[in-house]
Design a protein around this ligand. Structure first.
Ligand code: ADP
Ligand code: MG
Length: 358
């Protein structure tokens, strides 16, 4: 039936957090250096992401929100080494199916300072592209009433609006730290919310510096750096043949893993750390590597009783040793030989913590 189609096509967007994530990733994929995320009423009314990226070319207006349309994948082999966040062409089509309306305003360098407004229908088809508006290069995507076509899910979102907004905001903190964690590209990210009948407030703002410490300062103030040291370790992981035939040849042997970021110092007063501020990335992708996070905290606590550290940790590993494509939300990243990796990580952390102590 129609609603079954909507649900299956909506897989990639499962909550407010993943909706926002997909939009921000599209802006990063478009090489934006300025990304402005605006929530109206905690995202219940609209979610809007404004960027100064490459824009969408007129020839793509018709297909941009169709299912499986993507401009990012040249060949199937690219799947193993894909460097953009998106590549499946599912986000915009999902958002069309799962909201009350998706509107894009876009201009490439050729059209700027004249932008075109693209109104999409629920199937991702272009309904109207006849309106023009002043627009610098870039794209604005506006999602109205997320989950309106699914009344149960909409109710749930309304009931938990602030909590869901909090989760989305936490993820945006991770994106505020991404580009500096991996590449030398500063991104100015700002996030605001305007509650119904209330005033707009800025939730977070980075200054576009490519330095990770500058981003930490922008997000939490310069005092946040007092208690933090560089995290810079590398270790070898024995990798075995994996079950994925495509990856066999490359992934047998030894892989060197680097971990870059920041971590709390030892022996600080209780209460100065925050397990709620732990951000993990694999090759610059924010992710939730549960077992790795657990390993970090275990080793840290064995040196510093009862405390969990502030952590920003970007795991830099060859793309063939991890697979970001397994979960629909791409938040869960599958690591081949994870057990070996965790053992090696623990050893490297113990060594680093022990030497920083003496
Ligand atoms: P994917 O990111 O997997 O390609 P999406 O559904 O997220 O799929 O986006 C579909 C296409 O729309 C992208 O491949 C891209 O060409 C275009 N697009 C979406 N958002 C933007 C943006 N902010 N700037 C430029 N192009 C965009
Ligand atoms: Mg995308």
């Amino acid at each position: 039936s129609h609603s079954v189609h909507r649900i299956t096509s909506g897989q990639v967007v499962i909550d407010l957090q993943t909706a926002v994530k997909e939009l921000v990733e599209n802006s990063l994929d478009a090489r934006a250096t300025n990304i402005d995320v605006r929530f109206l009423n905690y995202g219940l009314k609209t979610i809007e992401v404004v960027d100064n990226g490459c824009g969408i070319a007129p020839k793509d207006y018709d297909s941009v929100a169709l299912k499986h349309h993507t401009s990012k994948l040249a060949a199937f082999e690219d799947l193993a080494t894909v460097l953009t966040f998106g590549f499946r062409g599912e986000a915009l089509s999902s958002l069309c199916a799962l909201s009350d309306g998706v509107t894009l305003t876009t201009a490439t360098a050729n059209e700027a300072p004249m932008g075109t407004i693209l109104e999409m229908d629920r199937n991702g088809k272009l309904r109207n592209s006849n309106s023009k508006v002043a627009r610098q290069r870039g794209t604005t995507v506006t999602i109205s009433s997320l989950f309106k076509p699914l009344p149960v899910r909409r109710k749930e979102l309304e009931r938990n609006a602030k909590r869901e907004f909090g989760k989305a905001l936490n993820l945006l903190y991770a994106y505020a730290l991404v580009p500096c964690a991996t590449e030398n590209r500063g991104v100015r990210l700002s996030v605001s919310n305007q509650p119904e009948g209330g005033r707009k407030t800025i939730q977070l703002k980075t200054d576009g510096s490519p330095s990770i410490k500058a981003s930490v300062t922008a997000l939490w103030g310069s005092k946040a750096l007092d208690n933090i040291v560089d995290l810079d370790i590398s270790f070898d992981v024995q990798t075995e043949k994996t079950v994925l035939r495509r990856l066999d040849q490359e992934s047998a042997g030894v892989t060197t893993v680097k971990v870059r970021g920041l971590i709390s110092k030892f022996a600080v007063g209780a209460g100065r750390t925050g397990s709620d501020r732990q951000y993990f990335f694999v090759n610059g992708r924010p992710c939730n590597p549960g077992k790795i996070q657990k390993a970090f905290n275990e080793v840290y606590r064995s040196f510093n009783v009862g405390q969990s550290p502030f952590i920003i940790a970007d795991f830099i590993l060859p793309t063939h040793t991890c697979d970001v494509n397994v979960s629909p939300d791409k938040r869960t990243i599958f690591l081949h030989n994870e057990q070996n990796l965790i053992q090696a990580l623990k050893g490297a952390l113990e060594e680093a913590f022990a030497s920083s102590r003496s």
